[in-house]
Design a protein around this ligand. Sequence first.
Ligand code: HEC
Length: 160
Amino acid sequence: MPSRSAIHPLIALALASSIACFAIACGGEEPAAKPDPGKQTDEPTAGTGNEPSEPADPGNGEPEEPASEEPQAPDPEALAARGKAVYVANCIACHHTEPGLDGAIGPAVAGASADLLESRIMRAEYPEGYIPKRDTQLMIAMPYLESDLAALAAFLAPGS
Ligand code: HEC
């Protein structure tokens, strides 16, 4: 057993980092346990009643709730607008800016279904049974666009 004076700074450091973790994970809630140099030495958490795993103090003046995921905008217009931006940024090198027209390299894509977009963009494939407009294989997969598929589909949706 090392002497207390040697181990104490380490405990303080460990506690400080666990407090930092809690602050991030729990949106700023303070864990109940703090290093108490007066009493706690070797065993800062075990059996002291100050368990840091259950911060029981939600109302400590931190107004921020963990705003974890951005709310999925149900607004179809906003989604389509984002899809347009994604399209312009990633597709018009080959496809026409006007999705209903054939582009320099790629064919018209207006009305492409979510299925078709998913297959093409994620894997450069086609949905089963789909008859491609071109039998070339020039388009590369762009799997980093996974989170934008819904927006692209909304933008290219039939009738939009
Ligand atoms: C490197 C050029 C290129 C880029 C970039 C590109 N495409 Fe393509 N795309 C093509 C070509 C060429 C085809 C025709 C099939 C082939 O050769 O792969 C095609 C086919 C498609 C098809 C199938 C059309 C059909 O009905 O057969 C869809 C849908 C499509 N692209 C959507 C997109 C979208 C959406 C983007 C942007 C995220 C994109 N493409 C980016 C070149 C490209």
